[in-house]
Design a binder for this molecule. Structure first.
Ligand code: PAF
Length: 284
């Protein structure tokens, strides 16, 4: 495995790999890796000749400076995990190698056809512009055959699909299932900031989602949202930011069960903001 910081070195590597006709699997990350990331890397290793993992805490997707400052940075540990998982290249540039001063002020604007106006988009203005800004740059540099994203960030995944289509990258986007801790808590780099007790408390999010999505046909989506919100808020230490039941394609709020839908939540556990989701499969 090699660790590349410079853009020109990465370009040389990609050029050689392309000339030799090898496929490239790409896993973009912000580091602080956990089993969820490793499941993406594992899949990329199985399906491609070479695998590139980027580690870059992207400043333009943080709308909260404190959140950016607190984001865990664990490069040495990440590198050891990636080495063991069969990754070929870690690309970990400095922000100066990626962005000009101008780009850092996040002037990037992209038409997401409304996908960015709901859920995370309502609470994290400009977040998805920042995500697409970095992912499009990384796609241009890495030129992957396939790129792997987790379904925990369901809205991000929908937006990446749209970006890929609109900007014509032709990358095969591979949607990968959420990986959960034995308690059910969705794996996330932010879990590092939870105490042992908070992790237990936070696992109620999964419990409540799985118990309540079973009742989907008897209740309207609106009633179900209220029930889930109320149950989560009843747990000491959890505070809902939003609960939405959305159309899986458009991410618009659904009023009935005629379309494949998904329940998405953002919940504070102390000062740590967690997101999770569950597809409502059973009644389609
Ligand atoms: O999901 C993430 O970790 C980030 O949003 C991504 C895709 C690596 C872009 O910075």
């Amino acid at each position: 495995m090699i660790i590349i910081q410079s853009v020109s070195e990465l370009k040389n590597y990609i050029k050689k790999t392309k000339i030799s006709g090898k496929s490239i699997g790409f896993v973009p990350t912000m580091g602080a890796l956990h089993q969820g990331h490793l499941s993406l890397v594992q899949r990329a290793v199985n399906e491609n000749d070479n695998v590139v993992v980027s580690i870059f805490v992207n400043p333009t997707q943080f709308n909260n400076k404190e959140d950016l400052a607190k984001y865990p940075r664990t490069l040495e540990r990440d590198a050891a995990m990636l080495q063991a998982s069969g990754c070929d290249v870690i690309f970990c540039p400095e922000k100066e190698n990626i962005y000009s001063e101008n780009e850092l002020t996040n002037t990037f604007e992209f038409d997401f056809g409304g996908l960015d106006k709901v859920m995370e988009g309502k609470f994290r203005p400009n977040h998805f512009n920042g995500v697409v800004q970095i992912v499009s740059k990384l796609f241009e540099l890495v030129q992957p055959t396939r790129a792997y994203f987790g379904e925990k960030d369901f809205q991000q995944l929908a937006i990446i699909h749209r970006m890929n289509e609109l900007l014509g990258f032709g990358v095969e986007i591979v949607d990968c299932p959420i990986v959960r801790e034995p308690s059910g808590l969705a794996m996330s780099s932010r879990n590092e900031r939870l105490s042992q007790n908070q992790r237990k408390v936070a696992s109620n999010i999964y419990k409540i989602l799985s118990e309540n999505t079973n009742f989907a046909p008897e209740k309207s989506p609106h009633e179900l949202v209220e029930i889930i919100e109320c149950k989560i808020n009843c747990i000491n230490g959890l505070k809902v930011e939003y609960v939405e039941i959305a159309d899986r394609q458009t991410l618009k709020t659904v009023n009935d069960w005629s379309k494949p839908s998904i329940v998405c939540v953002a919940v504070f556990c102390g000062d740590v903001r967690l997101i999770d989701n569950m597809k409502i499969e059973k009644f389609l």
